[in-house]
Ligand binder design. Structure first.
Ligand SMILES: [Fe+2]
Length: 235
């Protein structure tokens, strides 16, 4: 299982641009790779992918966490080079937009509030929080992984639901944890919450915020993986 961050406001690999947003390329041990979110800018997403050696024309599956600009900005650029892509998005997307996306893609699956199987090895937590955001629970030989876009529902709440779905503690929680505007006590509470759920590793990035990322590193040590654009996580 290999996860490559293709779009992130947290700087990382040289030659890759850091703009606000998040996108991650997921390559399972078996089966097709797929894309989670698209960042805020298509040109930068495609260029970052080129630098990372990821061929986005191979995209056949794209999961969009929620309809915020920093996660859907590269959507049309992906569909332009990979029009045979199936989209997994949420009811929180505008109905008119979904109708148009059905014409521009290979098809659209709309996720509601309940958890559901998206495709082989990947479940959606279902829409959480008012914004209607889904996160991806990935079954891997290394254990269950949780990939979040912005974690608007709260990273602990989302991880709790994913842990319940997986019926075992999460091996990795990765993505935006949405703590960039949080006080230190709130960050500490989130770290405690994830620890209490038995989360083994974290990769906090995007909207996690600098202070929160530092605090995660203090507690998780080597099990806090470095995020940022271009970061590669192998499990
Ligand atoms: Fe975000």
């Amino acid at each position: 299982m290999k996860l490559t961050i293709l779009f992130d406001n947290v700087p990382g690999r040289k030659g890759m641009k850091a703009l606000w947003g998040f996108a991650c390329w997921v390559e399972p041990e078996e089966g097709e790779p797929w894309l989670f979110d698209t960042g805020s800018n298509g040109r930068v997403l495609l260029e970052n992918a080129r630098v990372a050696g990821v061929d986005l024309t191979r995209t056949k599956t794209l999961v969009l966490s929620h309809p915020h600009w920093d996660h859907v900005g590269g959507l049309d650029s992906v569909l332009e080079i990979a029009p045979a892509t199936h989209l997994y998005l949420t009811e929180s997307f505008s109905k008119l937009w979904i109708r148009d996306l059905e014409k521009l893609s290979d098809g659209v699956t709309v996720v509601g509030k309940e958890p559901m199987r998206l495709f082989d090895g990947v479940d959606s937590t279902g829409m959480m929080a008012e914004i209607g955001e889904q996160s991806a629970l990935i079954r891997s030989p290394a254990g269950p992984l949780l990939l979040t876009g912005c974690a608007h529902a709260g990273i602990v709440e989302i991880a709790a639901r994913a842990t319940e779905m997986a019926e075992e503690p999460l091996t990795l929680v990765m993505g935006g944890f949405h703590l960039f505007r949080s006080e230190e006590w709130e960050i500490a509470e989130a770290i405690e919450g994830l620890s209490a759920l038995g989360v083994r590793k974290v990769c906090p990035t995007h909207c996690t915020g600098k202070r929160a990322a530092e605090m995660f590193e203090e507690i998780f040590g080597e099990d806090c993986l470095t995020g940022g654009v271009g970061a590669v996580v192998n499990l």
